[in-house]
Each structure stands twice: as C-alpha cells, then as structure tokens.
Ligand binder design. Structure first.
Ligand SMILES: [Mg+2]
Length: 386
C-alpha cells in the first residue's frame, strides 16, 4: 500500500525552502498481525492472543526512510492503514520532511471531520513518529538524547503477572517470578463480575508480595461510580499505588467525584486522545496519575504537551505501555515528572529492530538513531496481512 509522487505539491506549508532538509517522496504501509508468544491475556474488556500493527514508512529524496507505527490488541488496524494511505500519505508527499508541525496540521485537516479521536488519531501518530524518525536519523541521535535526558535510567513496572482470568495461585506465582527478576512495582487486573473476588485477590497478592513492593490495580473502565466508591474505599487497606481506569474514560465528572471521595490515587490516560482531554481531567481534579500514551495522542509533541501540563499541576505521568516501550522509555528519560514506564507483552520485545530490554527492573536506553519504531524485516514479511 502507499502513495508516491515526485515534485512539490500545492500546500499551505510555507518555509520549506528556508527549512532545507529532505522532501517526502513516498509513504508506504504494511499491516501485520503478530501472535503473542505467551498464553492468552485477559482483562475486564479484552482477550488478547495477537497484536496488529501498521508500519508506516516515509521515504525521502535524501535516501532516509522514517519508520512509525501504531497498534491494537484486537483487529481494526486495517482502518488505520486506510487513513494513512488515503489521507495522510497524499497530504505529506512532496512536502519538506522537517516541517513536522505544519505537516501534522495539514494531515489532521484531511480527517478532522471524522476522526479527532480513535482510528484517525492513531494513524496521525504513526505518521508523527515516522517524521521524527527522519529528523533523528539526519541528526544521528536517538530520541532521548535529542530531547535531553532528565535521568539516566527509567524504572519499569510490570503488568504481565496480573491478568484477570489467572487463578489466585497463578497470580501470586507470576507476581513472585516478576519480583525475583528485579521489578519492585507490579500491577494486577480487577473488574471480575463480583468485586468481592477482586478484593480477595488483591488481599492475597498483597499478603504474598509483602509491604515493600508497589502494587497497582486496573479496572479497565468497567465499574460504575457507586461500585468504584465502595470498593475503592475498601481497597485502600492494601496500600495501593493507584486505581486505574475505574470508570468510563470520557466521564471526567464521575472521576472527579471519585477522586474527591477516595484517598486512593486515580490513574487514567490510555484512552484519552487529546491534550484537551487531559486538561479537563486536570482542571476538574479528576486524575492523580496521567497515563499519557504517545500512540493514542497524535504523537511526540502532544505527549510532551501533556507531560508539561502534568508538571504544571504537580502530577506524575506514567505512560500506558504494551508494545510502545521503545518510544515511551525514551520520552520518560527526557521528562522529569515520569517516574516509571509500564512493561508488558515481553514476548514481543524482539519484534523491533534495535530492541531495548529491561534489566533489574529498569529499561535500557537505545544508542541507535531514531524513535525505535521499526519492526524487523522478518516480522514484517512473516506476519503480513495487508
Ligand atoms: Mg490499563
């Protein structure tokens, strides 16, 4: 799939000549579906055995190709591919590759009427990452060095031991395995049909892992406000680091009511797609931990805007992360108010070219130039579906 053209297209972008740098000559996409190398993962709203990715490649007349991506743990990425092939690619070809913010506006203008959140937004992010990748390759810098690090290592917390359908014994055994590997922060899923089950599982896990390990819980949006009020209050007995996505993510008012009623910190962000969405949460004091995800926002600039919003409000940003750890670890390294990054789906760590890893509970930072968004050629060939 893709768009190719040569020569300068008509465009509202000005300043290309003064800016210099390469011109975009083509935009290509590949759709893949990669099986998880671990058993089916479940939370209160999803069951996952494979992950779909769109890999976008922005080609330039300098011979540099920028790689971006987006992903989903169910089907549907074909729709994102269409957004890129039909809307963003044609808007980008012929334009100066370094005019990133003007290009983002021009691309957004092609889908704003049907997609300010969701499918169109995540396609825009894939383009944004690929544009950053071009600049960083020109500079021969990894993202975190370009931004200027705030810290030399990034703590990881682990979600791979807490899935909803695991028995309590399996849950405890997996948590223990993770802790033995050097993690000192773990998350488990809530949202079973009877909240008493959730309560008992949290109690059992806290007893098993002791008091010094950070424990987070994630409802994945399925509680109503009353359930969250009652069971959130009871969970406070277990020294929980945060209660994640207790309610519908667009219901800022309900989160505000909950945040005011509970001492337990509230975390949201993996399904907030805009800076304004986060601003409303902050304004209404409805969030304590902002889980900004670059692959749900429109890209790196907007993620940094959200992080700055958090800093101004005295809040931590702890990015929601399944497969986008290559980018998030670099963003966190360059952001002072980002104490941790999630670690999950470790069976997919090696699908990336220049993969980063977690050692003793901390992410390594890459030396390779770019954003870290290129899947290996082997993965792109083997799992291609479109
Ligand atoms: Mg979550």
């Amino acid at each position: 799939m893709g768009t190719e053209k040569t020569g300068q297209a008509d465009s509202p972008i000005t300043g290309g000549a003064a800016l210099g740098g390469p011109t975009i000559t083509g935009v290509r996409t590949v759709l893949i579906d990669v099986p998880l190398g671990q058993r089916t993962i479940t939370d209160s709203q999803s069951s996952v055995d494979s992950v779909e990715f769109v890999q976008v490649m922005i080609e330039t007349d300098a011979g540099i190709t920028g790689y971006g991506f987006n992903w989903n743990y169910t089907k549907g990425m074909r729709a994102v591919q269409v957004m890129i092939d039909d809307c963003y690619g044609p808007a980008a070809v012929g334009q100066p590759a370094l005019a990133r913010q003007a290009l983002m506006d021009a691309m957004h203008a092609t889908t704003h009427f049907i997609g300010r959140v969701g499918v169109a937004r995540v396609g825009l992010c894939a383009m944004n990452l690929a544009l950053w990748d071009i600049q960083l390759k020109l500079e021969e810098q990894p993202l975190w060095r370009h931004l200027g690090p705030a810290k030399e290592r990034v703590q990881a917390y682990n979600t791979d031991g807490g899935w909803l359908t695991w028995s309590t014994d399996e849950l405890i055994a997996d948590m223990q395995r993770i802790i033995d590997r050097g993690f000192d922060a773990v998350k488990m899923k809530l949202g079973r049909p009877d909240p008493r089950d959730d309560f008992e599982r949290v109690r059992a896990v806290r007893r098993a892992i002791g008091d010094t390990i950070k424990l987070m819980v994630d409802v994945n949006t399925v509680w109503d406000l009353k359930t969250a009020m009652v069971w959130g209050r009871r969970l406070e007995a277990f020294d929980i680091e945060w209660l994640e996505e207790p309610l519908h993510p667009f219901d800022v008012r309900a989160h505000a009511a909950l945040a005011q009623a509970l001492d337990l910190p509230i975390a949201v962000g993996e399904t907030i797609y805009t800076l304004q969405g986060f601003r409303d949460y902050v304004d209404q004091r409805a969030v304590d931990i902002m889980q900004a995800d670059v692959t749900k926002l429109s890209g790196i600039e907007e993620w940094l805007d959200v992080a700055a919003l958090g800093r101004a409000a005295g809040l931590s940003v702890i990015p929601h992360t399944n497969v986008q750890h290559n980018v998030h670890a670099q963003l966190a390294a360059a952001t002072a108010n980002t104490p941790m990054v999630e670690c999950c789906y470790e069976s997919l760590f090696d699908i990336w070219e220049n993969p980063i890893s977690v050692v003793d509970g901390y992410y390594t930072l890459p030396d390779a130039p770019g954003v870290g968004g290129k899947l290996t050629d082997r993965v792109l060939e083997r799992y291609r579906i479109g």
